[in-house]
Design a protein around this ligand. Structure first.
Ligand code: HSE
Length: 308
């Protein structure tokens, strides 16, 4: 039986001002998938390690839904056994479902000898996202497949690309141990945006992208502001404003919600700042009786990859 083992990284989507369009991949944190060819055309999830209560039904699991979409497009009758190892909690805001979808799309494509480009794989992984969060957004699956920092310029037609970023940019993730379902966090967003808010948001998206490309850290920090989504969603995250104030006082370059939360993120340049933010997060959540996982990461420029 032929098998392939792959890894797809966790991601930070939205990146403050870029709801549903900006995202980047994290280092060393993500999902693994072993795909083994079957003699029939069934998709069978053999095991899911690391996270309880994910569906084994192939019509409901993001990995198998992604693979079905891809095989259907290629008009291939193939079957696979899947063993999934999740290192990202569902409902964390770190692209847990996207990691599984990206790993599935990447694994099948590699197994088949790479008939589909990495950019095109995104649309199949988006079908997995649709199952998980009711909307086929690409801002997690794109960086999980492509790596680096990605922009979804358009959904129809899909147009996704990488942008350069400063290699010494570091991100601190603060993940209070509560669950926020993306589907719930999407429901509370207002359909209408005030023009004055839209103008601020457009300015910040342009500023953030330009700051990343030009390695202008001050501009990155100034642009990491979200006047559309954060005011609504931050209420779902315990102690959000307190944590934000602490991080900005320590010197973080902006602070925002990672994806739909509850994870939060900020950019830093300096390891002393990241250590201090992690320490203060432990103190803040500890004294309020909430467990928190915090870590510092670079931006993963590789994306999904085959493991030995
Ligand atoms: N853009 C999506 C959202 C990302 O904010 O709902 C979910 O991780």
């Amino acid at each position: 039986m032929e098998s392939i083992k792959v890894f797809a990284p966790a991601t930070v989507a939205n990146v403050g001002c870029g709801y549903d369009i900006l995202g980047f991949a994290l280092e060393g944190y993500g999902d693994e998938l072993i795909l083994t060819e079957r003699q029939d055309d069934q998709l069978v999830i053999k095991t899911i390690q690391g996270v309880a209560e994910l569906p084994l039904d192939p019509t409901k699991n993001v990995s198998t839904v992604t693979i079905s979409a891809l095989l259907e497009d290629l008009k291939l009758n193939k079957g696979f056994d899947l063993k999934i190892k999740k290192n990202i909690a569902a409902g964390s805001g770190l692209g847990s479902s996207a990691s599984s979808a990206a790993a599935a799309a990447y694994a099948v494509n590699e197994f088949l000898g790479g008939p589909i480009s990495s950019e095109e794989l995104i649309k199949f992984a988006m079908e997995g996202e649709r199952i998980a969060s009711t909307k086929a957004h690409a801002d997690n699956v794109a960086p999980s497949i492509l790596g680096g920092f990605t922009v979804v310029r358009s959904y129809d037609p899909l147009d996704v690309f990488n942008i350069p970023y400063p290699e010494d940019l570091r991100v601190v993730i603060i993940f209070p141990q509560v669950e926020v379902k993306t589907s719930d966090a999407k429901k509370i967003i207002k359909e209408q945006v005030k023009l004055s808010d839209a103008i601020k948001q457009w300015g910040n998206v342009a500023g953030l992208v330009s700051g990343l490309i030009l390695h202008d850290f001050e501009r990155i920090g100034k642009s990491l502001q979200d006047v559309v989504i954060e005011p609504v969603r931050s209420y779902l995250i315990p102690l959000y404003q307190e944590m934000k104030t602490i991080a900005l006082n320590v010197g973080a370059l902006g602070f925002s919600i990672s994806g739909s939360g509850p994870s939060m993120f900020c950019f830093v340049r300096d390891t002393s700042e990241s250590s201090l933010i992690i320490e203060r997060a432990k103190e803040l959540y500890g004294k309020n009786g909430i467990d928190v996982i915090s870590f510092v990461s670079g931006i993963n420029n590789m994306g999904a990859k085959t493991l030995d």
